[in-house]
Structure formats: structure tokens, C-alpha cells
Design a protein around this ligand. Structure first.
Ligand code: SF4
Length: 501
């Protein structure tokens, strides 16, 4: 049996058996407080309630790197503001003189390293995240250049002077805040929106009206509730996710599959492209790509070492492309954009899974991502890197497990194990650039995900204490306790120790 078939057989048999047994005890029992001499921590865990109404199309977004919260969301925000300006009544538009974008918090602290300036200008100029050319983005960095655009029949000029790098410390409800203004000649606002970028390329604004989407037929806000829905309906994970997605968006299954296929293709293309590229990445210090080199070196290694090296190279290929501003998928963010593609590449190229199986895996990853985003956060600025690489690894583990035939319980277990072993991980990008530690960290996220899926196969459900809801709650608590300098400010940890005085 060759390596590919061996891997496929291993994954299929091990992930699919044992934990697939019908009647296996459910996960999610808590450890009784009486098990501890002092009666436990004095508070118990209550699974979150509520209904997740976020569609997967909002979770998995295609956009230019390097950061979902600092690049994709600002681009989408600027695009949204452009639309709002275009819809103003003609008398207000006639008085408009200029547009201003004020950046706060981590956007202000590390926005230059994350190309936030270019993203905002690109959005104001009418660029879309899915199709934005990195070369256009680069041209917007010129401090002397001015760009003209027509909005609602009015001509506006935008440039680096449009941006105001405002307070890093502030009292807005989200760290990443962007206030967009349309001003008259005297500097009086004609339109103002206070936008927030809570991670993963999502954005919202103060006073935002209900987006008017459909109600999900399957109502769950936690993994515990999801398990109950699955038990009550007898439907598999992917069917529940599919039915919710079609109902929320008001589309048919074909349209959902088209988006899932775009996500899988963008991830696969990202690995392919990254494995061909060499040389320096953009940034203020010399940082060389290494995905291609370590991929080439894998050929001379033993089977086991070579496989691990290849997984690392796949993750780094996408992460390096993301750092260079190439298109990538928020999974759940762009900082963590390499983790899931590494295992997508493994599923497609090594395990030879069908497109249908890969779509199912992606739906399982989506469930994990939505639970983490809803009940904690996927923003490094909110909860540190555990919310980015940690969640990406958890999603990737669930994807690999479910795509290779694991039960709902084994899939949850894979996600739980992967997330659990990222708890406490800080976000401390050197210089605010998604280079150190982000690129290698994606490789570790992918390797941990693979390992988590393997470990989940041999767990005995009735002997396992941790469940996904509890670990997500721990991630939130841990993230909130992290000092601000370890939450994407670039002013703590490696962000400081790697730099000479
Ligand atoms: S350290 Fe982690 S959370 Fe922070 S920017 Fe890098 S990948 Fe994102």
C-alpha cells in the first residue's frame, strides 16, 4: 500500500470507528465540584444559549491579506461607507467636501503593518475584497499620490491624508474601531458611522439595523444545543448546517455549494501558488519565504518527517501569500489563513477525498468557527492568538475528522482537543506585521489539528471530560485576562523581545 492509501485508510478507519459507535455516551458532562477537596472553583459552567444567525458565507470570506480584522474588514467597511454616501440625498451630497477615516485601538497601533491604510482607500475607490488586485493595493501606499473616485455622481479625492491614526487607548466597545465621516468644507459631518472590526473580516456599526436575513430552522447557540438538535432531528451535522445556511441567506443548496467550492479552491490555489514563490516578503525587515524550500527538502526525508514537513510547508505557503497581500480565506481570520488550507491540501492531494466529503468537512469547520466567534471571539485584538490560530486549528481538526467519516462526537472531540491546547496563546506580532510569529504559527496550528483528529479517534467518549463549549468559555476568560500588549498591539512578548533598542 502506498503512502497516500495508507494515510487515507488510517484516517478513514481510525476516525470512523469506535467513536462512530451508536449509543456511545454523550460528551459534555462536567466534573462534580465534590471531586475537589476545596469544593471546586465556586462557580459552575452553564452552556450558552441563543441562536446563531451568522451564515457561513460571512465566516469564510475571500479577501486580500494580510489581516481579516485589519485589511478585509476595513476594506468592507470603506465599501459600505461608500455605498452609504452614494445613497445620501442630493442636497447633502452637494455640500460634501471630503471623506475622513479615523482609526482607533489596534487598527491605529498596527494598521500600517497590516495594510489597513491601503484597504480603506481601496474600499473607498470601489474595490471589492474578493477581486481586489494586490498591485492596486500597493499603489495606494504612496504618501504623495491622490486618487479620484465618483460616488453618487460626486467626485472625491482620497489619499493617505484621508486617514487619521487616532488613539490606541479608547473607550469604544471594540478595540478595532474605525470612524468614517463625510465632511463639508467647514469640517462639519454630513454622515458619520462608528464601525467596529471584531475579527474574521466581520464588521458592524453603531445603530446598525437588522440585516433582515431568514430564520435558521435549527436553533442552537452552543455545541450542547447542536448535539440536541442532531439527536432530535436525526440529521447529520452537514445537513443541519446546510439547511440553516440556505434559510438564513434565502438561497438554494447549489449556491451554498458554490461558495464552499470557492473557499476550497482559494485555499488549494493558495498552497499551490505559495509553493512556487521565493524571496523576500514585504515588511520593514528582511523576512524570506521558506515554504517552497522546506517543501523541496521534504522529498529527501523519511516518510514521517517528510509528511510533517509537507503539512508545515502547505500552511506556510498560504500564510506567506497572505503576508504578501494575495487573496486568502478568513478561516477564521487571515492571520490564521494557512492552517485550514494545509489540511484541505492533505485531504485533496494525499487522502484523495471527494469534493462532497471536503464540503462536509468545511461545514463542520464552519460550525466550530461560528461557535467560537459567537461565544468567545476570533480576534487577536480581543482574545489573543488562541482566537485566531487556536480556532483555526480547532476548525481544521473538525474538518479533517468529519470529512474522513467521524461521528459528531469524534468531530467535536477533535475540535475540542485542538482548541484546548492553544489556550493562553498571546498575539504579539513583531512590528505589527503578520510575519513573526504568525507564519510558522499556522504550520503549528495545522500539525496540531492533524494530531487532534488522530487523537480523537482513540478517545473513549465516556472517559473524556472536556467538551467544546467549556473550552470556548475558557478561551474567552483567558483572552479577557491577557494584558492588552498581548492582544495584537505589537507592544509585548515577541513584539518587544525580537527588536533591538
Ligand atoms: S500572532 Fe496570531 S493573532 Fe496575532 S496577528 Fe499573528 S496570527 Fe494573528
Amino acid at each position: 500500500m502506498d503512502r497516500r492509501n495508507f494515510l487515507k485508510m488510517t484516517m478513514l478507519s481510525s476516525l470512523g470507528l469506535g467513536l462512530l459507535c451508536k449509543g456511545a455516551p454523550a460528551l459534555a458532562r462536567g466534573i462534580p465540584a465534590r471531586a475537589f477537596p476545596d469544593g471546586g472553583p465556586g462557580r459552575g459552567f452553564v452552556p450558552p444559549t441563543g441562536v446563531i444567525r451568522t451564515p457561513l458565507v460571512d465566516l469564510f470570506k475571500v479577501g486580500p491579506g494580510p489581516s481579516s480584522s485589519h485589511t478585509v474588514a476595513p476594506l468592507r467597511i470603506a465599501s459600505n461607507f461608500r455605498q452609504a454616501v452614494a445613497e445620501l440625498p442630493a442636497p447633502a451630497l452637494a455640500r460634501a467636501a471630503r471623506i475622513e477615516a479615523r482609526l482607533y485601538g489596534s487598527l491605529s497601533a498596527t494598521g500600517r503593518g497590516h495594510r489597513t491604510d491601503r484597504a480603506i482607500l481601496a474600499g473607498l475607490l470601489g474595490q471589492r475584497p474578493e477581486t481586489c488586485d494586490p498591485k492596486i493595493m500597493d499603489s495606494l501606499a504612496d504618501p504623495k499620490a491622490t486618487f479620484s473616485t465618483t460616488i453618487g455622481g460626486r467626485s472625491f479625492s482620497v489619499s493617505q491624508a484621508t486617514l487619521v491614526w487616532d488613539a490606541v487607548e479608547h473607550s469604544f466597545p471594540f478595540s478595532n474601531t474605525l470612524v468614517m465621516r463625510l465632511l463639508d468644507a467647514g469640517g462639519k459631518p454630513l454622515l458619520e458611522r462608528e464601525y467596529y472590526s471584531p475579527g474574521g473580516g466581520f464588521f458592524l456599526w453603531k445603530g446598525q439595523p437588522d440585516p433582515g436575513r431568514g430564520e435558521p430552522p435549527h436553533r442552537f447557540g452552543s455545541m450542547a444545543q447542536f448535539r440536541k438538535v442532531a439527536g432530535d432531528t436525526g440529521k447529520p451535522l452537514h445537513q443541519i448546517m446546510l439547511e440553516n445556511e440556505t434559510a438564513i441567506l434565502g438561497v438554494d443548496e447549489k449556491q451554498v455549494y458554490a461558495h464552499l467550492d470557492l473557499v476550497l479552491k482559494t485555499m488549494d490555489d493558495g498552497v499551490d501558488q505559495g509553493l512556487k514563490e521565493e524571496g523576500l516578503l514585504p515588511g520593514p525587515f528582511e523576512f524570506y519565504r521558506k515554504a517552497k524550500r522546506i517543501h523541496d527538502q521534504a522529498k529527501g526525508m523519511s516518510e514521517g518527517d517528510g509528511f510533517m514537513q509537507r503539512i508545515s510547508s502547505y500552511a506556510m505557503a498560504v500564510s506567506e501569500g497572505n503576508a504578501a497581500g494575495h487573496l486568502a480565506v478568513t478561516a477564521p481570520t487571515l492571520g490564521s489563513a494557512g492552517t485550514m488550507p494545509a489540511l484541505v491540501y492533505v485531504m485533496k492531494r494525499h487522502l484523495k477525498l471527494s469534493q462532497e466529503d471536503m464540503r462536509r468537512g468545511l461545514l463542520a469547520a464552519g460550525l466550530v468557527g461560528l461557535l467560537c466567534k459567537t461565544n468567545a471571539s476570533v480576534a487577536g485584538a480581543e482574545v489573543g492568538c488562541q482566537g485566531e490560530i487556536g480556532v483555526a486549528s480547532s476548525m481544521a481538526a473538525a474538518m479533517l475528522a468529519y470529512a474522513t467519516g467521524a461521528s459528531l462526537e469524534a468531530t467535536e472531540l477533535a475540535a475540542t482537543i485542538a482548541l484546548e491546547h492553544h489556550l493562553g496563546m498571546s498575539c504579539d506580532p513583531v512590528g505589527g506585521f503578520v510575519l513573526i510569529p504568525c507564519i510558522e504559527r499556522n504550520a503549528f496550528g495545522a500539525l496540531k489539528a492533524y494530531n487532534a483528529a488522530l487523537m480523537a479517534k482513540s478517545e473513549i467518549a465516556s472517559q473524556h471530560w472536556e467538551d467544546l463549549d467549556r473550552v470556548i468559555a475558557a478561551m474567552l476568560e483567558t483572552g479577557k485576562a491577557l494584558p492588552p500588549q498581548f492582544r495584537e498591539m505589537g507592544t509585548g512578548g515577541l513584539g518587544v523581545s525580537m527588536v533591538d533598542c
